[in-house]
Design a protein around this ligand. Structure first.
Ligand SMILES: Cc1cc2nc3c(=O)[nH]c(=O)nc-3n(C[C@H](O)[C@H](O)[C@H](O)COP(=O)(O)O)c2cc1C
Length: 406
């Protein structure tokens, strides 16, 4: 009998593009951009990931507009960075990997100093906990014309990304970001056609997807990362996610990426393993924020011990529900896991922390029987997002240095 793992390492089609295998580097905001411009370290990181044999890497985070950034150093899609993005894409493609960009909007949470007193805008007004010590304590509610404008911005950003040479775009529908704030009844308290029923709460996201599809045309690969559950009281659960995935499929999404959690309220659900809190406390400069984090620590950073393929059961329900492609993400660390995911019919698998630990995982997993990645899920990489120099694996810190990796 053929080993299902072989399917993982054979070329696979995604829309009009052919990937050399079914492994995709998941979006891991690298923190390697300065004033919104990619640094040589960001380029090198993705090139190194490409050298390790992945089918496609994902550049994160690509904000749809300047106000879609959590802080001012993040990338936002505009002509001023065409040159550096083209260079990044050229260098990665030379390794044989394709390049996707995660397109998103932070919506109601931001600590972007460029707001200069204006409020970040989401579906409903409220507190902006991230901005408390940045002079941005409140978030405002989008008017209908502002919603229309934001939808247009998604389309314009997608047109720009295609023109720069991205092979695919992954729209961020999850993790409590801008679109997910509309999907979740916890953050969407609108009473117009964008709030209330699930159908209404899906409207903004579907309009963004339609604008992106119109901008890039048929055949251009579109991925959508969803949270299958928010993991907070009053948030969405898997039953809602099944409907969301089906609606995205109807609106021409090629690949649903099945994640979970909200980075602002329950981040440990998506990064299972050691708590982010100790590392974040080390990085936080404001004493007030540190105090707030300590006080809310237990509620915010809940315990979710790491398990291999921790989203398997929920993601399989999405797999069973839709006919479009489905991508697994979350704790796929070994050949045993990849085999299980291929047997269950997932079309692609995204890898985040395992590739930060061992960028050569795709090549090694294809050639070493019983490959198991050594990432310990200490999650220190994720606490370095805002640190000088951005993320790195603290267990194998030389992985992304220029020159020969260890
Ligand atoms: C350092 C780091 C940064 C991340 N940034 C993002 C991001 O910008 N967008 C996103 O959708 N997920 C982000 N994630 C979540 C990963 O894409 C992925 O869903 C999660 O790490 C689980 O997959 P893994 O077990 O393969 O790491 C990040 C994860 C890490 C470790």
């Amino acid at each position: 009998m053929t080993d299902p793992l072989n399917r993982c390492f054979a070329p696979a089609q995604l829309g009009s593009r052919s990937l050399r295998n079914r492994l995709i580097k998941s979006a891991t905001f690298e923190g390697k951009c300065l004033n919104g411009v990619p640094t040589p370290e960001l380029v090198r990181l993705h090139e190194r990931i490409g050298e390790g044999g992945v089918g496609m890497t994902t550049l994160a985070y690509c904000a749809a507009e300047a106000d879609g950034r959590i802080h001012e150093n993040m990338l936002y899609m505009h002509e001023g960075i065409r040159g550096p993005l083209e260079e990044l894409i050229r260098r990665v493609r030379a390794t044989g990997a394709l390049v996707s960009g995660q397109l998103g909007h932070c919506g109601n949470f931001s600590k972007n100093r460029a707001f200069q007193g204006r409020r970040p805008l989401g579906p409903s007004a409220g507190i902006n906990p991230l901005g408390l010590t940045y002079g941005l304590p409140f978030a405002g509610a989008l008017s209908k014309s502002q919603i229309r404008r934001r939808v247009e911005v998604f389309g314009q950003a997608a047109a720009f990304m295609k023109s720069v040479g991205f092979d695919a775009i992954e729209i961020h529908f999850g993790h409590g970001y801008g679109i997910s704030q509309f999907l979740s009844p916890r953050t969407n308290r609108r009473t117009d056609e964008y709030g209330g029923s699930l159908e209404n709460r899906m409207r903004f996201g579907l309009e963004c997807l339609a604008a992106v599809r119109e901008a890039v045309g048929d055949g251009f690969p579109l991925l959508g990362k969803i949270s299958m559950m928010d993991g907070v009281r009053g948030g969405i659960g898997v039953e809602d996610a099944l409907e969301i995935a089906a609606a995205l499929e109807r609106e021409s999404l090629d690949l649903v990426v099945c994640s979970g959690g909200t980075s602002s309220m329950n981040p440990m659900l998506l990064f299972r393993g050691d708590s982010l809190l100790p590392g974040l406390l080390e990085q936080e400069k404001s004493a007030l924020m540190r105090l707030g984090m300590k006080l809310s620590g237990k509620r915010m950073f809940r315990e979710y011990p790491f398990e291999e393929t921790y989203f398997f059961d929920a993601a399989r329900r999405i797999r069973d529900r839709v006919k479009c492609g489905v991508c697994y993400v979350g704790g796929a660390n070994s050949n045993d896991s990849l085999r299980k995911l291929m047997s269950a019919g997932f079309d692609f698998v995204q890898l985040g922390r395992p590739l930060l630990y061992d960028p050569d995982m795709p090549k090694r997993a294809a050639s070493e029987i019983g490959y198991a990645n050594g990432c310990s899920h200490c999650n220190r990489c994720a606490t370095l997002i805002d640190a000088p120099g951005g993320i790195q694996c603290v267990e194998r810190p030389k992985n992304f240095e220029l020159g020969t990796p260890d």
